[in-house]
Design a protein around this ligand. Structure first.
Ligand SMILES: Nc1ncnc2c1ncn2[C@@H]1O[C@H](COP(=O)(O)OP(=O)(O)O)[C@@H](O)[C@H]1O
Ligand SMILES: [Mg+2]
Length: 409
């Protein structure tokens, strides 16, 4: 029955390409993708046909485009609509119910929208007694003495980040970064002046820094079925993050680890808002006491979703089984140990900080349990334009690490 499903992806980046690969593997269909600008990740691929629409972030543009697309489908076909960025996830969760039944939208109800604000997510964590880092929320530029008091409460260095990353990127300014580490009150003042000076209208969070470098990061992906039951949980430990100013927190390499205990209350938190579909949590483990902390939840699959496919849990197959084939789904904790990476293997070897992690990466690489979404024989052989893009991307990744990250070995 899955032959009658046309995957429609909103986005253009690696997340989008990884989902297109997953859909092709699950049902043999190429995806249609729409995004605001063309990116190499989804160009010249047999798995995805990308169309650029510069104003796609506006609902007045997105929904008529989807209506036209649905009208053009053959009568025996339905679309499955997947957002690959927060911006599209928000639009679809807000308005997805207005779409016709020829469009499957495996997303949570509007009651989950509050989680787009980290401050609201932390409030929900507090209610469920889920640990999150001590946080101070600001809605306007604080005085220097207020920053000093925050430093006393949180300790230096502390993290500065916007509560709403969707809104934040609409207010660019010189020196803008995804997240900041302020080592003293002057640094904090400078960062906050930049953010509030940009006109960003949302809350800004000052947060205790959870130490441990890249290796303290974890990603937890959960799938809640149409009936709201948790079906899949998969956890990856970060070996290496991107280190560019706008890429911090993007995972460059992950390995599968057993699902930590904190997953249980996090799933309860999702269930409490009637969650459906995939959710992706960023977590951190304090190296001093081993405690896990929740940093945020994304109401969609993450950029590293190929991690699931590589571990034998193709996310598109889960969606098709649930929404199209109506299969009785098992409850699975992903266990297959794999190395997931978006950068050349040499970069993982060279820049992974802990020796034991670099050794683990090497063992998985040698055992062939090493997956990079961009390396796909069937999409590269006989496709020189795609092969050129992938080679150039990998060269750029090497250069970026050389520029922004200290070489370990
Ligand atoms: N309290 C914290 N302690 C240590 N690192 C943090 C903290 N908060 C954020 N980070 C780092 O910044 C990245 C991005 O933060 P996150 O809360 O996930 O927001 P977003 O992904 O929306 O920018 C994280 O993956 C982590 O690497
Ligand atoms: Mg994050």
């Amino acid at each position: 029955m899955s032959e009658c499903i046309q995957p429609v992806l909103l986005g253009a980046d690696l997340n989008c390409y990884s989902m297109a690969r997953a859909f092709f593997a699950a049902c043999g269909r190429s995806s249609l993708a729409y995004g605001q600008t063309t990116l190499g990740a989804t160009a010249h691929s047999r798995y995805v046909r990308f169309t650029a629409e510069p104003s796609l972030g506006k609902k007045e543009v997105l929904f008529p485009l989807l209506a036209r697309l649905l009208k053009g489908l053959p009568p025996n076909e339905r679309a499955m609509l997947i957002p690959c960025t927060d911006e599209y996830a928000r639009l679809l969760i807000e308005e997805g119910e207005t779409l016709p039944s020829s469009c499957l939208v495996p997303l949570p109800p509007p009651s989950a929208l509050a989680f787009f604000e980290k401050s609201a997510f932390y409030a929900a964590c507090r209610e469920q007694e889920i640990p999150y880092p001590d946080t101070i929320s600001l809605s306007a530029m604080p005085s220097l003495s207020a920053i000093r008091a925050a430093g006393e409460q949180l300790g230096f260095p502390f993290i500065i980040k916007p509560s709403s990353s969707v809104t934040y990127w609409h207010y660019p300014f010189a020196g803008m970064e995804k997240v900041y580490l302020a080592h003293n009150k002057n640094e904090a003042e400078c960062v906050l002046a930049g953010i509030f000076g940009s006109g960003y209208p949302g809350e800004v969070l000052l947060q205790r820094y959870i130490p441990g470098g890249d290796a303290a990061g974890y990603v937890l992906t959960v799938y809640m079925d149409r009936g709201g039951r948790v079906r899949l949980r998969a956890c990856g430990r970060v070996l290496l993050e991107e280190h560019t100013p706008c890429g911090k927190g993007n995972y460059a390499a992950l390995v599968t680890v057993p699902v930590p205990e904190i997953a249980k209350p996090l799933c309860h938190l999702l269930a409490a808002v009637g969650y459906r579909g995939f959710a992706n949590f960023d977590l951190r483990q304090d190296v001093h006491d081993g405690r896990f902390y929740a940093l945020e939840v994304n109401l969609r699959l993450g950029r590293s979703n190929y991690f699931l496919t590589a571990g034998g849990q193709n996310p598109a197959a889960w969606l098709l089984d649930d929404y199209v084939r109506h299969t009785a789904l098992p409850c699975v904790d992903m266990e297959n140990e794999v190395l997931f990476r978006t950068v050349p293997y040499a970069v993982v070897r060279r820049y992974t900080a802990r020796d034991e992690d670099a050794d683990l990466a090497q063992a998985l690489h040698r055992a062939g349990r090493d997956a990079c979404p961009l390396y796909d024989r069937d999409d590269l052989v006989g496709n020189p334009l795609r092969a050129l893009y992938v080679a150039a991307h990998m060269r750029r990744e090497k250069q970026k690490f050389r520029q922004y990250c200290a070489r370990i070995r």
